[in-house]
Write a protein that binds this ligand. Structure first.
Ligand SMILES: [Zn+2]
Ligand SMILES: [Zn+2]
Length: 91
């Protein structure tokens, strides 16, 4: 089985996050199950808020699409986001 990146695990139940990821007032992320069970964040003690971590949800979605190639695809994406300006000055 492919290695699961740590940032995709819920820090409470250690399951890989699924569709809905919610955060506390300071931005710690939890799966929706743990978020529902906890009133206060176990890391900072702030209250849980009803805000979703959309960026992480996107990453998790990409992971579930094909876990075995997830790392390579993420690496490719990083390459695309770093523009190569020199190649534009050809003539
Ligand atoms: Zn959880
Ligand atoms: Zn917190």
């Amino acid at each position: 089985m492919a290695e699961v990146p740590k940032s995709l695990e819920c820090p409470i139940c250690f399951d890989i996050m699924e569709a809905k990821i919610l955060i506390c007032d300071r931005g710690h992320s939890f799966c929706s199950c743990c978020h529902r069970r906890l009133k206060l964040c176990p890391f900072c003690g702030d209250s849980m808020i009803d805000t979703r971590n959309l960026l992480l949800e996107k990453v998790v979605k990409a992971y579930w699409k094909d876990p075995s190639t997830f790392r390579n695809r993420m690496r490719e994406q990083l390459k695309v986001e770093m523009p190569v300006r020199r190649s534009l000055k050809k003539y």
